[in-house]
Design a protein around this ligand. Structure first.
Ligand code: ZN
Length: 557
């Protein structure tokens, strides 16, 4: 590695050993990336062009998604972004691996020799790129058949950058310094000069954060540990195992479609149809552990609702009443049955987690629940599914501390009211404000022993992924870790999606994936990952189903 004639950070010239590995022949292209529903940030759009505008974290996340899809072990811990080099999945190359692969046995300036005039045959760079990236694989490969190792887009390596690392690095499998601010980039890009496309040229970039976009010159390719002789069987075994059992449950039943609202009402059966169809189309449905609800027993329903109210719901449905309590909660004859199954579904999912069948679950249920109060239907909600689930966990499983994260665009007034003076339940809601139902100001912090166990983060209309993620990192995380829950429930409304018909927020499906990751990370830290996510709102069928898919993909990792 290195070059005597290059910059000081390329010295010394030295020999390193790297264990056998496989490397992609091409830089990762835009159509590959889209497959995993990570939003493509590239500036020069073309399915065959390399990705660019790529931050390091999303490159690593892609590696994990690709591993997951192929039944391989994940290399990256998505909390710390530490890399497990023993895992057999995809990761970014170390700098040493990258240079070894680029050189393909050569010691010259470029993989084809020292003559810079030949560079145009091998690379897209400042002199011949016409100011943009190009589809991969159009130039000559190096001696080992790897394309675009010089030029097109600069490629992320796994290593943190340090100027003098190679003056004292280990000889065997050097992996860069343990910590740092910037990651290594290799290989030059379409707007770089010839000298910066050399095999030994080192660059770096600080864009290692989710929220920080890289420039349109930065992409990547993946490597994998070379499978040893036993590995194919080992991999097959793992793949089969992954196909048979999943750690994520999916709760659904057609009974939920029988709760009919009024013509043109946004809370329509079609919402769940769109979710199930999308999961099937994406091949995710069969990877999930199927869960079927039982109706919630009255003994559990009455922990949060008055017997008079429950009876009123039953009779109103039976009598064919059109609305329950207000015009915004239409009902139909089967609504009582569906509402019992919605609350019961949450209990079924909780049981499956507690019995160790799964680690987490998503409940695709309706009617939703978080506006429902002790004795009143409200805002499309009949029974408060998450609240009933909360008491169930506390009483049946003797787990005292429950965290409820409510990211529905509306404030969960019902849930807040039910646990307002309860220090055993940390209710955290982020929502559009001022907005329906009118509650949810920062000043509502809980009362009595429950003071400070109710956290509202009202956000103005127009808030997006960055705003939500900041709230989760800066407000939810410290509060939740201090609380250290025994179980985590999500009131997962997806009506903060940018296309939603009711909400005025700008959250994307990828944004919901990031929020999921934060909550899941906390569940893993505090309570062995025990988490049940329960559908609340979300009224744009495409936006809703894309968000649920992104959400579930993170739960499955
Ligand atoms: Zn809502």
């Amino acid at each position: 590695m290195g070059s005597k004639k290059g910059a000081s950070d390329e010295s010394s010239v030295h020999r390193v050993w790297v264990s056998p590995f496989w490397m992609d022949g091409f830089e990762v292209i835009q159509e590959q990336f889209k497959k995993y529903q990570i939003s493509d940030p590239s500036h020069f759009k073309n399915p065959k062009n390399p990705l660019e505008q790529m931050n390091w974290t999303d490159a690593a996340r892609y590696c994990n998604e690709r591993s997951l899809a192929e039944g391989l072990e994940l290399c990256y811990d998505e909390e710390t972004w530490d890399c497990n080099f023993d895992a057999n999945g995809y990761r970014l190359p170390t700098e040493a691996e990258w240079e070894y692969a680029c050189r393909a046995g050569t010691r010259t300036k470029y993989s084809f020799g020292n003559d810079v005039r030949k560079l145009k045959a091998y690379a897209w760079f400042a002199k011949n790129s016409s100011g943009r990236t190009h589809p991969v694989g159009q130039k000559k490969p190096n001696l080992w058949g790897l394309y675009d190792m010089h030029g097109n887009v600069a490629e992320w390596c796994n290593d943190f950058y340090s100027e003098d690392y190679y003056k004292k690095s280990p000889e065997k499998n050097p992996k860069g310094p343990a910590t740092g601010q910037e990651r290594v980039l290799r290989g030059g890009a379409w707007n770089w000069r010839a000298d910066s496309c050399r095999s030994a040229y080192r660059a770096s970039d600080p864009s290692i954060d989710d929220t920080c976009l890289a420039s349109d010159t930065i992409g990547f390719r993946c490597v994998r540990r070379a499978p040893n002789e036993k590995s194919p069987e080992e991999n097959m075994a793992k793949k089969n195992q992954a196909g048979r059992t999943s750690k994520t449950g999916f709760l659904y039943d057609d009974i939920y479609l029988k709760h009919k609202t009024t013509e043109g009402h946004p809370e329509a059966p079609q919402r769940l149809v769109a979710i199930v169809e999308r999961l099937k189309a994406k091949g995710l449905h069969r990877q999930l552990f199927p869960l079927t609800p039982s109706p919630a027993p009255l003994e559990w329903l009455t922990t949060e609702h008055s017997p008079e109210y429950i009876e009123r719901v039953r009779k109103s449905c039976e009598a064919g009443t059109r609305y329950l309590d207000s015009m915004d909660t239409p009902i139909s004859p089967k609504s009582y049955e569906a509402a019992l199954a919605a609350a019961g579904g949450v209990l079924t999912a909780i049981d499956a987690v507690m019995e160790g069948k799964i680690t987490n679950a998503f409940c695709a249920i309706r009617p939703p629940g978080h506006h429902a109060t002790k004795d009143k239907a409200m805002g499309f909600c009949i029974f408060n599914n998450v609240a009933v689930g909360t008491r169930y966990i506390q009483k049946k499983y003797n787990l005292p501390k429950i965290l409820i994260v409510d990211w529905d665009v509306h404030h969960g007034n019902g849930t807040q009211a039910m646990f307002y003076d309860d220090p055993g339940v940390l209710y955290f809601s982020v929502h559009q404000y001022p907005f329906y139902p009118g509650t949810g100001s920062e000043a509502e912090k809980g009362s009595g022993k429950g003071l400070n166990y109710n956290i509202n983060v009202p956000l103005p209309a127009g808030s997006g992924d960055g705003d939500y993620l900041r709230v989760f990192e800066e407000e939810l995380k410290p509060a939740a870790l201090a609380f250290s829950p025994d179980f985590v429930l999500i009131s997962a409304g997806f009506d903060a999606h940018k296309d939603d018909l009711l909400g005025g927020m700008e959250v994307t499906a990828q944004g919901f994936a990031q929020l999921t990751q934060v909550v899941k990370g906390m569940a893993e830290k505090c309570c062995k990952g025990r988490l049940v996510s329960v559908l609340e709102g979300g009224y744009h069928p495409e936006g809703l189903s894309a968000s649920v898919e992104a959400h579930i993909r993170v739960l499955m990792r």
